[in-house]
Write a protein of this length. Structure first.
Length: 202
């Protein structure tokens, strides 16, 4: 368990195996700071996330153009599009379970959302393992295999499900923060666990 100073408003983040008896599940939303500040008209990033860090380490020039100056690629990236579709689809399934919807209702809602939001882009994928049909098959498979899962979705003090919970952790001495999102926090045998979903070709 990691506890942060109250000035950051993040109270508790539980790691695997930490007993949650006596605590309300699970993380309070932090104050959202501006991601960039301007130093002599030059933008400087204050809140960092995995995406901006990866871009900077891979190509500082691309980072400057895309993150600091706001240029965006207009071409569709099937790899990231597929991952985003699966991620959103799983969240809809989990929210459906939390709200006591039937499996069929949740699957219909999830697949409909993916078709409407990602269908055109996924149909451009040259890989069958990353196209729209593959994404829909993953959603149906996940519901069939894990709908009766023993993992219970944790609950926020507000009563909302612990899905897509944002966090920020301070680092350094210049006010920087590391930001991210926790896909899902679940409860099993009075312990809280962080669940993260990744899509790979393996």
């Amino acid at each position: 368990m990691v506890a942060y100073d109250k000035t950051y408003t993040t109270i508790f983040i539980f790691s695997n195996g930490i007993n949650c008896n006596g605590y309300k599940c699970v993380v309070e939303q932090p104050i959202k700071l501006k991601k960039y500040i301007y130093d002599k008209d030059d933008p400087r990033q204050i809140v960092w996330d995995s995406s901006s860090l990866s871009t900077f380490l891979a190509c500082p020039r691309l980072y400057k153009l895309s993150n600091l100056l706001g240029y965006k690629l207009k071409m569709y990236a099937p790899v990231t599009g597929f991952g985003s579709a699966i991620h959103d689809g799983f969240e809809i399934l989990d929210r459906g379970r939390f709200e006591k919807k039937s499996k069929d209702e949740a699957v219909l809602e999830s697949t409909t959302y993916i078709i409407k939001k990602y269908g055109d882009g996924l149909n451009q994928s040259e890989k069958k393992s990353r196209n729209l049909e593959a994404a829909l098959r993953v959603i149906v498979w996940r519901a069939e295999e894990f709908w009766e899962d023993n993992l219970k979705i944790a609950t926020m003090p507000s009563g909302a499900p612990c899905l897509e919970q944002r966090f920020e952790v301070p680092f350094g001495v210049q006010g920087h923060r590391l930001s991210g999102r926790i896909d899902k926090i679940v409860e099993l045998d009075n312990n809280l666990y962080l669940c993260d979903t990744k899509t790979t070709t393996s």
